[in-house]
Design a protein around this ligand. Structure first.
Ligand code: 6GU
Length: 229
């Protein structure tokens, strides 16, 4: 998986991706990251990438040209590699809400381009020209699209072959079967008077599986009944 991010804050993207499991995957070469600074593509002498909205109103709008040129600066190499235009995801609270199914779909691409919005938005014309998917990460408003892009790259990375070790496996986890994951315990057996459920020490794998299934169901009913419908 090759990630490309068009952003005004490339350091934020790089610093976060270089951490923890995505950092290890970048070092091993199972994923790659190219954070492109949109500001490098402005032709204005003061480095502006935004301007006032036509029609008035609060805030500033990111201009089309620097974004278009930033995108064009990576598109040619990608097409040379794969023979096709890459999938371009625009992070916006007006998009479709990201979920595990979309993560799986994105993980099948060779290249993913994230366009991170800022200010009050992006000139619609460049979005019409380059964007394939408008995606939000939930019903709340953030200051910019960098955290959403990082959230999506994290969720996609762990579905890429070899990124997770066996012990980190993505098999039983929440959402894999439309249910939340069961509770987990580790040593010690007793912590401040609270003990581990005895079935987990029984050595009876069938009983353990049944207990975990019941716990998943109970937890999903209580916390996310919408998943069971
Ligand atoms: Cl993708 N962008 C912004 N600015 N806010 C959000 C979001 C995206 N998803 C949820 N809130």
């Amino acid at each position: 998986m090759r990630f490309h991010v068009l952003t005004l804050f490339p350091d934020m993207i790089e610093n976060s991706m270089n951490t923890s499991i995505t950092g290890r995957a970048l070092e091993k070469g199972d994923i790659s990251l190219n954070a492109v600074n949109i500001r490098d593509f402005t032709k204005e002498k003061h480095g502006h990438v935004d301007d006032y909205p036509y029609g008035g109103g609060a805030g500033m709008v990111m201009q089309a040209e620097p974004i278009y040129l930033a995108y064009k600066s990576i598109e040619e190499d990608i097409i040379k590699n794969t023979g096709k235009k890459p999938r371009v995801i625009y992070t916006t609270p007006t998009g479709k809400v990201f979920n595990q199914k979309m993560a799986k779909e994105f993980a099948m691409e060779e290249d993913l381009v994230f366009l991170c919005g800022h200010y009050e938005g992006v000139d619609e014309r460049v979005l019409e020209m380059i964007v394939d998917d408008n995606v939000s990460i939930g019903d709340y408003v953030l200051t910019g699209g960098e955290l959403p892009a990082l959230v999506m790259m994290d969720a996609v990375s762990r579905l890429v072959d070899n990124v997770l070790h066996n012990s980190e496996s993505a098999k039983d986890e929440s959402f894999s079967n439309n249910m939340l994951e069961y509770p987990q315990y580790t040593r010690p057996y007793e912590f401040m008077g609270k003990t581990v459920p005895d079935v987990l020490l029984s050595g009876d794998h069938k009983k353990v599986d049944e207990w975990r299934y019941e716990q998943s169901l109970k937890r999903t009913r209580e916390r996310r009944p919408d998943l069971l419908e």
